[in-house]
Design a protein around this ligand. Structure first.
Ligand code: FAS
Ligand code: PHB
Length: 392
């Protein structure tokens, strides 16, 4: 088998890259370890920056998103007994779209199937080779049959636990990491959202987030200890703790109901440098992880896809191989700004134990950033998404 671009992973990064390349005539094959049902079963992000919204439209997969996505002009920060609305539209002229990652992935999967471009689900033992000596190829097993995919380039879109980053020789890669001493317990329910916009809460008992997927489906999160197990959290316990952490006037609007999904996710900040190794390119969670407090994970993956798509177009259609040499430099400039914002939002809104000085600094940050136009603008422009850097 031969193709121009071998894509490892059929999450949002791999599917979006595959769709954009296919539409401009660049052959690509996607190799995914899991089944489509398993990939769709992972409940993750919920907020799309305008950059990702535009990229979905450029990829020709935005019809359902444009019809069902909820445009949000602002969100609320609640702490120290007060609520502060961050009016993104007034401060930046931009908004975000509330539309679940599950829907993004479903739309991209449908487009891939409609295009007839190849995707191998349940591909086992996927392994990139030869990317440092100019002979890139990927071996894998499909339906018990060993396969070899010869290619010009490999896009490692296989997430934090994937094979791509782990295939890079240790001496060629550097990791930067911060692990947080808590996780997020998430709950999905077919109940009406508590407010029309998202509400982020810092309460002495811990962080809480009220989000949504539609006018009838809500997504909630509670900061929890890493020792917690999902099975220790009944729906009643979750609803009671959430109501306790919310400001009273908001808690009074809470509509509870049976959970349709509950899960605990650990929080970490992680960056691998560089993101290019010969003909192998790390994309999205394969290269970086952010705590979800800033709603950046999926959106950062999208800006990597944008950069790699334009660099591959340049190399394969316009003879501009130099653009690929700039991939890592361009991506990392935006990655670190999103890492900073996600880390900062996490320190601003979570409860940290045994740190009286840190707690005073946190209160000062909360006061300053919500009582000045400069502070609110800083939050707003990072939340709607910093500009994508042109690949020229
Ligand atoms: P993904 O991890 O989504 O996709 C990688 C794909 O590669 C998967 O389908 C996997 O099965 C496949 N794969 C892995 N190893 C492979 C191999 N060896 N061979 C073939 N295929 C392989 N972001 C937000 O913005 N907001 C959130 O609230 C949020 N919540 C999250 C909760 C959890 C539990 C996790 C893990 C992440 C969350 N994120 C959130 C971040 C998330 O949305 C990611 O940023 C997003 O999925 C990135 O997409 P990909 O880079 O495609 O990686
Ligand atoms: C979500 O809806 O899942 C969501 C929204 C905003 C975040 C994190 C998660 O910051």
């Amino acid at each position: 088998m031969k193709t121009q671009v071998a894509i490892i992973g059929a999450g949002p990064s791999g599917l979006l890259l595959g769709q954009l390349l296919h539409r401009c005539g660049i052959d690509n094959v996607i190799l995914e370890r899991q089944t489509p049902q398993y990939v769709l079963g992972r409940i993750r992000a919920g907020v799309l920056e305008h950059g990702l919204v535009n990229l979905m439209r450029e990829a020709g997969v935005s019809a359902h998103m444009d019809e069902h996505g909820l445009e949000h002009d602002g969100f609320t920060l609640a702490f120290q007994g007060r609520c502060h609305r961050v009016d993104m539209k007034a401060l930046t002229g931009k908004s975000v779209l509330v539309y679940g990652q599950t829907e993004v992935t479903r739309d991209l999967m449908a487009a891939r199937q409609a295009s007839g471009a190849p995707v191998y689900y349940e591909a086992a033992d996927v392994q990139p080779h030869g990317f440092l000596d100019g002979k890139p190829r990927v071996t894998f097993t499909h339906q018990g049959k060993p396969m070899t995919l010869e290619c010009d380039y490999i896009a490692g879109c296989d997430g934090f636990h994937g094979v791509s980053r782990k295939s890079v020789p240790q001496e060629r890669i550097r990791h930067f990491e911060r692990v947080y001493p808590f996780g997020w317990l998430g709950l999905l329910s077919d109940t009406p959202p508590i407010e029309d916009e998202l509400v982020y809460v810092n309460n002495p008992r811990g962080f809480a987030l009220c989000s949504m997927r539609s006018p009838t489906r809500s997504r909630y999160y509670l900061q929890c200890s890493l020792a917690e197990q999902v099975q220790d959290w009944s729906d009643d316990r979750f609803w009671t703790e959430l109501a306790t952490r919310l400001p009273e006037d908001i808690a009074g609007k809470l509509v509870t109901g049976p959970s349709i999904e509950k899960s605990i996710a650990p929080l970490r900040s992680f960056v691998a440098e560089p993101m290019k190794f010969g003909n192998l390119f790390l994309v999205g969670d394969a290269a970086h992880i952010v705590p979800p407090t800033g709603a950046k994970g999926l959106n950062l993956a999208s800006s990597d896809v944008y950069t790699l798509y334009h660099a591959l177009r340049g190399a394969l259609l316009d003879g501009r191989a130099d653009l690929l040499e700039r991939y890592s430099e361009i991506c990392l400039r935006r990655v670190w700004k999103a890492e900073r914002f996600s880390w900062w939002m996490t320190t601003l809104l979570h409860t940290f134990d045994d740190d009286p000085f840190g707690r005073r600094i946190q209160r000062a940050e909360q006061d300053y950033y919500t009582s000045t136009r400069a502070g609110l603008t800083t939050i707003a422009e990072n939340y709607v998404g910093l500009p994508y850097e042109a690949v020229i």
